[in-house]
Design a protein around this ligand. Structure first.
Ligand SMILES: [Mn+2]
Length: 312
């Protein structure tokens, strides 16, 4: 397989990096809280949509999350902090991938994430389809060699190929397993997979908490932290959530995660490990239905809050 290699920055990102203003950026922040140089957190929108298998629309995901985010309160009552004015959150324009797909697109996404990490930023990626995570995880692994992955999803995403494409969103964790040991991956909320994927889970050393196990064991969370290394990347497919909470995704599956238990887990990980980066992917907004947009925006800000707590 042709590996996705870093690409040159020319044409992918403007230099110096342009950021979105108050009317377009995450949370609707004034310049002094959202300039690139003064911000610790950088939002990288990646509207990549190429291998839809059921419902489409993930290409519109980042814009809808940014639009909804202006209604999210700056203050987090649980952590008693106003993160955005304290550390700064810059939002980049959507990554310009042109007609690039598959390996070439992944190379560009990896390069963009590496550039932000080189600048000392905390990278928050907004998808786009899940495919993109293989590139952003790779960039973080290069920076944090002990990296482990906390993967929220309804699907195992461990197929070798789907509809003939190894870069399908249904294959993203199989691609990740080609460059890091499966034992460093913890999957949560899984409830749709093939027999081959189930067999891989039994034999590879990956940790998978199926939705039915979560529902039958109140202590399910205790199995997760021991599997995570000090530095953790969170990849969050929004279809991990229960469809009434998150209907705006291409392949909604019943029996999903609820909001309070998900926040409890993320808070624990933020307190006991260091969350070094994350992505929120597979969000596909429905016109005329706003609550999922807001939920995705709130999830993004909560992830930032829990992550920045761990870096203090
Ligand atoms: Mn999924």
């Amino acid at each position: 397989m042709k590996e996705f290699l870093p690409q040159t920055l020319n044409g992918i990102m403007n230099k110096p990096l342009r950021t979105l203003g108050k009317k377009e950026n995450f949370l609707g922040l004034e310049d002094r809280f959202s300039s690139y140089s003064s911000s610790k957190v950088v939002v990288l929108p990646v509207p990549y949509e190429h291998t839809v298998s059921y419902g489409g629309g993930t290409g519109r995901g980042p814009r809808a999350i940014l639009d909804a985010s202006r209604y999210v309160e700056f203050y987090d009552e649980e952590l008693e902090t106003e993160l955005c004015t304290r550390v700064g959150i810059a939002t980049l324009p959507p990554l310009a991938l042109g007609q690039s797909t598959d390996a070439r697109a992944m190379g560009k996404i990896r390069t963009a994430a590496e550039k932000l990490l080189d600048d000392g930023k905390f990278v928050a990626v907004l998808g786009g389809e899940h495919t993109i995570s293989q590139a952003t995880i790779r960039a973080h692994l290069d920076r944090y060699p002990d990296l482990s992955i906390l993967h929220f999803d309804a699907h195992a995403d461990l197929r070798q190929a789907y509809e003939g494409n190894r870069y399908s969103h249904a294959c993203v964790m199989a691609r990740v397993c080609e460059y890091m040991e499966p034992a460093r991956i913890v999957q949560v909320g899984i409830r749709a997979l093939s027999p081959e994927e189930a067999q891989f889970i039994r034999t590879s050393g990956i940790t998978t908490l199926y939705a039915h196990q979560i529902r039958s064991n109140e202590e399910w969370m205790a199995a997760i932290l021991p599997k995570l290394s000090p530095n953790v990347y969170v990849t969050f497919d929004v279809d991990a959530f229960d469809p009434p909470l998150m209907p705006s995704t291409g392949t909604p599956e019943p029996n999903g995660l609820q909001w309070p238990e998900t926040m409890r887990l993320l808070r624990q990980v933020g307190e006991q490990r260091r969350i070094v980066g994350f992505d929120v992917v597979e969000f596909a907004p429905h016109r005329g239905m706003s609550h999922p947009d807001y939920t995705a925006a709130k999830l993004t800000y909560k992830l930032m809050n829990y992550a920045c707590r761990s870096s203090e």
